[in-house]
Design a protein around this ligand. Sequence first.
Ligand SMILES: Cc1cc2nc3c(=O)[nH]c(=O)nc-3n(C[C@H](O)[C@H](O)[C@H](O)COP(=O)(O)OP(=O)(O)OC[C@H]3O[C@@H](n4cnc5c(N)ncnc54)[C@H](O)[C@@H]3O)c2cc1C
Length: 428
Amino acid sequence: MADFDAIVVGAGCAGSVAACVLAREGKSVLLIERGGDAGSKNMTGGRIYTHSLRPVFPDFEDEAPLERKITKERISLVTESENTTVEFASPELGRPENSSYSVLRGPFDRWLASKAEEAGAECIFGITVEDLVWEDGRIAGVRAGEDEITAEVTILADGVNSLLTEKAKLATKPSAHQLAVSVKETIELPEEVIADRFQAAPGEGAAWLFAGAATHGHVGGGFLYTNRESISIGLVATLSDLCTSQVPIYQMMEDFKNHPSVAPVLRGGKLIEYSGHLIPEGGYDMIPTLYADGCLVTGDAGMLCINLGYQVRGMDYAVASGEIAARTVLEALEAGDTSSAKLASYRAKLENSFVLKDLQAYRNFPAFMEGTPRIFNGYPEIAAGIMKSMFIVDGSPVEPIRKKAMAPVKQIGVWTLLKDLRKGVGAL
Ligand SMILES: Cc1cc2nc3c(=O)[nH]c(=O)nc-3n(C[C@H](O)[C@H](O)[C@H](O)COP(=O)(O)OP(=O)(O)OC[C@H]3O[C@@H](n4cnc5c(N)ncnc54)[C@H](O)[C@@H]3O)c2cc1C
């Protein structure tokens, strides 16, 4: 007989939710996390879209350490000194069914793990799972140091750099164009200063994404999220593209923080945290096999993440896939069959949920981004050129706007612009 019904590796969003759902149903669960505490190794931009939290934690708004409700969205195309911004604010962004909140992974992941523990899961921290235990060709548990612990099912929720999915023979190493590198700083500022700088109502805040000079024209972008008493700011750049960059990402980050539209927002702030992480960016086509005999893969370990430039999503997919994995395991335990044939329904359930429906819908987007570098090193300049033609008045005789605005467009070519537009619309 196995030591546990289920072992969950990794106390991020996916792992803690899976452990919590299983423990609530009375299953014996061991949640193993390599960090000294849940969240200590984790990183996000970031904000969580709450639609996936609500079914598992109906009272999350009262209990979870949420920072600010995001009710203002900004997207900027930036050149070295200019900034063309679209801002969207709407009460609809704040409605319960649509809401998203900025979060800091330390407190947020600790809360999620505490929910698993409260439900009865055994949680151990500071232990790295190094290998899997195999019995008659099936995964029968995990190995950490000298210890071998067995389970009917092992759920791999060990994040983007999952060594265990490789050991489970479910995935190979992703290639550099399927991963992005990100760096992030958390800058402390008084609550009222943040509210003032973003014209935010009490408890509310903004998400702000940047393309163009933020990454020195490389594929990727900048992000800024308002927390209650801090600002999360960072950059994401595709690994393969970064390899060809003359400028290291830490220098890009310094330049980004000094950008004329960013520096005033951070003024007087104190750096309290610095982190770096990978993001899976390959989309639907990089998803590995998600089940094996005695094993399921969830969250970033299953590459369930999307970066659309104007939106990064992974936490809601991690929560939902963790929940769906747990429900699949409950069915398998009930049937006394944890073979891959039985656990295959996990993939089918994901395909029927928003998780794989979304990733399928944006399947062509990663290739579009990578194949259209002009988004990062051409269109921000065009946008600024058009704005200048509209707003700069220097006393010289006026030309019709259509003529002035066309001048920057002609630098790239109208046909190229239309083709990019068509490709973009097709990929979204
Ligand atoms: C810069 C950045 C910005 C982002 N912004 C957003 C955003 O705004 N919104 C959003 O929804 N998503 C965002 N994401 C994506 C999101 O953070 C991830 O998709 C999400 O964290 C995945 O959750 P997870 O539980 O699958 O993995 P993780 O959160 O990575 O958790 C994996 C856990 O497994 C542990 N672990 C790993 N290996 C082992 C092992 N061998 N033994 C024991 N424990 C192990 C790790 O320590 C970690 O705690 C962002 C990501 C980054 C990097």
